[in-house]
Design a protein around this ligand. Sequence first.
Ligand code: CO
Length: 209
Amino acid sequence: MNFDKIFKNNEKWVAEKLSVDPDYFKNLSKGQQPEYLYIGCSDSRVTAEDLMGANPGEVFIHRNIANMVISIDLNMMSVLNYAVRHLKVKHIIVCGHYECGGVKAAMTPADMGILNPWLRNIRDVYRLHQAELDGIEDSSKRYNRLIELNVQEQCVNLIKTAAVQEAYKERGLSVQGWVFDIHTGKIIDLNIDFAGILKGIMKIYDLSK
Ligand code: CO
């Protein structure tokens, strides 16, 4: 795909939208009220809107390597605070995916330069769940499980933030953990026990007072 093709695709897309609704872009420019914040991996194969069938205006999106929620990542925290406190999204989705290169790299004993501090957070997830993971003999199953546990821990990281705790109390904001199965195209709901996790960690992480 070259740039020529990209701009031609864009023209075609504009024409298609206008043929259905001549005011499409006029309305789009008025503002956004997305109900969802989606946090996913930057992987080019895992496009947020496509896999959810979402239209422009419906999902606020943040993507980084291995869908991480790191409390000192100013980018992530800005997106989160804006989405929760200003846009007042109703749901936050953390979506990982099988065959995630970021998680694979974190399972590899190697110096990866500037990626080291980022991947360290995934290595910490492994350490936290080492008993379970080391008990899985099949290495591809272990890899898949770390991908799932990483999503779970990023959901926990969301719950540790003041913005999420406050919005949960005030208006029942929910946090969802998903894995996109790249082999089938399907979204798997990990059924994260949001209320249970919250209850379990609030003694330590309560910021709502
Ligand atoms: Co990935």
